[in-house]
Write a protein that binds this ligand. Structure first.
Ligand code: ATP
Length: 586
């Protein structure tokens, strides 16, 4: 197939802004394309040579492309650079210089799509020593035989500037018309695309096997399924109503979404945007390998940075260290991740995307070997708005963004690639940022694990309620302690250990160790939130809710100068909450 045919269609498309016309031009192109080339032509129209998730990009630097054009056109680099400065479009410059050359030569071999594709593929894959010269030679090779118009589009393609503005859905429309018997075939094509993220493969299947092929389209491990997304509402009542009176509410973990594909020892991880992020999370790869029981599976999880010593979730920003760090091994140690799994889409040859959610959830419970670091997203099945609200507050306090409430109905399939009402997210509209540190009394402690075995993992801290002369808990704090602190604190607390909760301590939690309220520590957190768990100011803002400090951290200051009754008071915390309440921009 002549590449000129493709270039002509590009030109037509470039000259229209109407989607229908664009579709017609594409239909025409697809009809003229031999079936065994259709995938390649589809990728090319999008300025690519493979689907995005393969991560193979042509991306040649302009400087190198100029050298290739100079060689093909027999002109000096300087002349080209000068012209490029004027046009700002290297494709146009290439076209101009090759036009001049064309007038002087006669013998050239017409370019085929196969040859162009092969050269682009080699350019994309060339690496290591000598690869720069190799890329220039490959590009100059095809440009030497290119007609000026072809050169324009080849150059734009290699520099990543083709930008014809053809949406994925336009390609699907055109394929439906060219091979599927008409636009009515769009939903079948769309589904195939949504479960493969590979337009080229979809094109090939429909071109070669028509609608039957699409009906039998299979999910493949290694090809990402386009993610299902949630709508948003802002009250438990509205959510329950929308979901038929009852739902499964899950913690909305605040990390990075990953879709994990497992086939034996092979694991791929894809991001929400379907990039292959396997190399960024070697620890997550290991977790999937060892805790997902079937030989092959596709699951979805939120990857969250967790404090290795306390098991507490860290703020989302800390996960981003994993993106920045060059030394991934070190990053794994400092910012290990946990996986909170919330869906299963495929198990050992069985496509689960069209099963209702209760079925998928049951399978999920069977296939995950749960540990501290691999867990099924915490959930609650409820029809009660109050219960839903309390679960929401608990999720926030535990470091989550809120809840994702999901349909349990017959229609609750996995809607790949779309945002719909089967999932509804419930996030806060307001938050109360904490700018000042507070002084809190230690009233209990929890045993540590891992590196902290033998000392305390977290302390239960309370504010002072002046009117009632009691201590009301406001957080469990496990962060900010140095090794020295961890050694010192158990000794320091030893004299105050009592066998049960102190009578002046109001709490809903069961600590491992209880203390007489004596020792005061300075603590700062990210914000103050409503909490169904902590008793500080219970009922003062909302019935049934107290206040808690989210992401609390010991500042390093022991307030030995203060008695427990000098701690920050409950009223002060209520005031801080009200004063700092801000609308969340989102
Ligand atoms: P947001 O910025 O609110 O995360 P989004 O557009 O990325 O929005 P939405 O579909 O609106 O995504 O919200 C769902 C997102 O929440 C998912 O993409 C996923 O990353 C995350 N998430 C965390 N926990 C869950 C869960 N239990 N179920 C589904 N999604 C979850």
């Amino acid at each position: 197939m002549r590449y000129l045919l493709v270039a002509n269609v590009y030109e037509q498309i470039e000259n229209t802004t109407k989607r229908l016309e664009m579709t017609d031009y594409l239909v025409d192109l697809f009809k003229k394309t031999p079936k065994d080339l259709i995938d390649k032509v589809v990728y090319l129209t999008q300025g690519k040579i493979y689907p995005d998730f393969m991560g193979i990009e042509i991306g040649m630097a302009e400087k190198l492309v100029i050298r290739a054009i100079a060689r093909a056109a027999g002109r000096r680099i300087k002349e080209l650079e000068e012209d490029f400065r004027k046009t700002g479009d290297l494709g146009e410059t290439a076209q101009k210089f090759l036009e001049r050359k064309l007038q002087l030569t006669f013998a050239y071999k017409p370019l085929t799509v196969e040859r162009v594709y092969k050269a682009l593929d080699k350019i994309a894959r060339a690496s290591g020593a000598g690869s720069i010269d190799q890329k220039i030679a490959l590009l100059a090779g095809i440009l030497s035989d290119a007609e000026p118009k072809e050169a324009k589009y080849i150059v734009r393609t290699v520099t990543g500037k083709l930008r014809l503005g053809i949406a994925d859905m336009t390609v699907l429309d055109a394929l439906a018309i060219a091979y599927g018997g008409g636009k009515e075939a769009r939903p079948l094509l769309e589904r195939a695309y949504n479960v493969s993220s590979d337009l080229g493969q979809v094109a090939k299947v429909v071109a070669e096997n028509g609608l039957e092929g699409l009906k039998n389209f299979k999910i493949s491990v290694g090809k990402p399924i386009r993610p299902m997304l949630a709508e948003r509402l802002s009250s438990p009542e509205e959510i329950l109503e929308k979901l038929g009176g009852k739902c499964i509410a899950e913690y909305k973990y605040d990390g990075e979404r990953v879709q994990a594909h497992k086939k034996g020892d092979e694991v791929f991880l894809f991001s929400r945007r379907l990039e292959n992020i396997t190399n960024q999370f070697p620890d997550a790869v290991e977790l999937v390998k060892s805790h997902i029981k079937p030989f092959s599976a596709i699951i979805e999880a939120e990857c969250v940075s967790v404090d290795p010593e306390t098991g507490e979730m860290r703020p989302f920003q800390e996960l981003m260290h994993r993106r920045r760090k060059h030394d991934i091994r070190k990053a794994i140690e400092e910012y290990p991740v946990s996986l909170f799994i919330f869906d299963v889409l495929y198990v050992d040859g069985r496509d689960l995307t069209l099963e209702e959610y209760p079925v998928r959830h049951k399978i999920l419970e069977e296939i995950v070997d749960e540990t501290d670091r691999v867990q099924i997203a915490k959930y609650l099945i409820t029809d009660d708005p109050k219960e839903l609200e309390a679960f929401f507050e608990e999720a926030i306090e535990n470091g989550c963004e809120g809840l994702v409430c999901k349909s349990l109905g017959k229609e609750s399939i996995y809607q790949a690639g779309s945002r719909g009402w089967l999932w509804i997210k419930y996030k806060r509209d307001y938050k109360s940022e904490m700018t000042d540190a507070v002084d809190l009394t230690v009233v209990g402690a929890f045993h540590g694990r891992g590196k902290r075995a033998g000392t305390y993992g977290a302390l239960l801290l309370a504010a002072y309620n002046h009117e009632e002369d009691v201590f009301e808990t406001v957080c469990k704090c496990g962060s900010g302690f140095t090794d020295k602190d961890l050694e010192k604190i158990p000794k320091m607390m030893e004299p105050y250990i009592i066998p049960h909760r102190h009578a002046r301590v109001k709490t809903k939690l069961e600590a491992d160790v209880w203390f007489e309220p004596k020792i005061v520590l300075e603590v700062i957190g990210a914000e103050i939130t409503l909490s169904p768990v902590h008793t500080c100011g219970m009922g003062s803002i909302r019935e049934g809710s107290g206040l808690a400090i989210r992401f609390p951290r010991f500042t390093g200051r022991y307030r030995l100068d203060k008695s427990a009754e000098d701690s920050t008071t409950v009223n002060e915390i209520i005031e801080m909450y009200k004063r700092q309440l801000k609308r969340i921009e989102s």
